[in-house]
Design a protein around this ligand. Sequence first.
Ligand SMILES: [Zn+2]
Length: 414
Amino acid sequence: MKKYLRLILEVLLGICLVATATLAYMNYSAKKHLADEVAELTEQLDEAKSALEKSSEEAPPAEEHAAEAGTTNSQELDALKAAFTNGVVLQDMETLYKAQKTLTAERQVGLASLRLLTKGAQDESTISAFQKALEMAEWSNRLQTVCAAQNALAAAGQKVKVLSDCKRSGDKEEPAADKEKAKDEHTKKDDKAHDVHWGYEGDNGPEHWGDNFPVCGKGKKQSPLNIVGPFEKSKETLTVDYKEGPLKMLNNGHTIQVNVEPGSTLTIGKETFDLLQFHFHRPSEEQVEGKNAAMVAHFVHKSKEGKLAVIGVLLNEGKDSAAIKTLWANLPPKELEEFLPPKVMFNPASMLPKELGFYNYEGSLTTPPCTEGVQFYILKTPMDVSKQQLAKFPFKLNARPVQSLNGRKINAGG
Ligand SMILES: [Zn+2]
């Protein structure tokens, strides 16, 4: 929890710096006043930060335990909020930003955080604005910070939809996540604002995703793509080191996902990514020269810095796949519940072709919130899946249509 608060402080410090930089080029009558406020705020934040660090050093380890943690955390949160009771800062920031036609997602997050900390975390609309701003931001390298912010709010007892990527990385906090889930069940009826449905057809279909997830509609580097030449030559090579581990299956309501234990890696140049999970789309989301494959498997990797890299394996209708046979024999009986069939081991490498030649482009998550900054490596060599196996996949259609290239280059390598 303390760690999260410190991260939030760091984000806010960053926001203050952005605001100060904005002043440098904006002709705004109250800029002197605001500059002073921001400087003061930065100072207060610094003080709060060092106080927080000090308190966490002094805190006896026992305090980390459940019974006392609640009060300690809320006291810290109160101390933080106290640093923002000066509403003038928020007011000035709002006026300053009002003068701009469009606000970057980052500034919206900044503004929302300020509102949150000024008006307190009890205000529903403030929380939801903050949450919305977080969803809109392009956080390719800041996922950790977003997770920290969301987890901190959740831990402070707020109804916050924590991104699934955050849940996944918080392995050690399963009890807390369970508690959160139980609470979600409890509050589901009056929690519509946080429970945004999306799907692949009708009113929830991909053409409407942008209504609730602006990056899906307005992003300029979206996935999937139709892969057609001319290609630029890529010097990168993919080195895959996947390990066998216990099979963990999840039907998340949009696809079948296989969660992977830590230890399986992808190395591109000097960067190493951990394989988090792989999942399926039917038909393939990517096209090659205008044609979809029967399915695609997406292997989602994340680096220590939070960068995402996806390997796509196209699956053509053909022979039975031994790997998919194992997976489909262990489909989860229930939605949204991770299923661990006893004693079934699986090596994700069994899904990959021998040749790792690829088409590479910069894109986005292909599902809301469509976050950009994701590197895609679609393998040139497809694998097989039989007609019977295709029919057994529980989702008839779960593929986002191809998106505009918008001047991006597609690289070919390997
Ligand atoms: Zn996918």
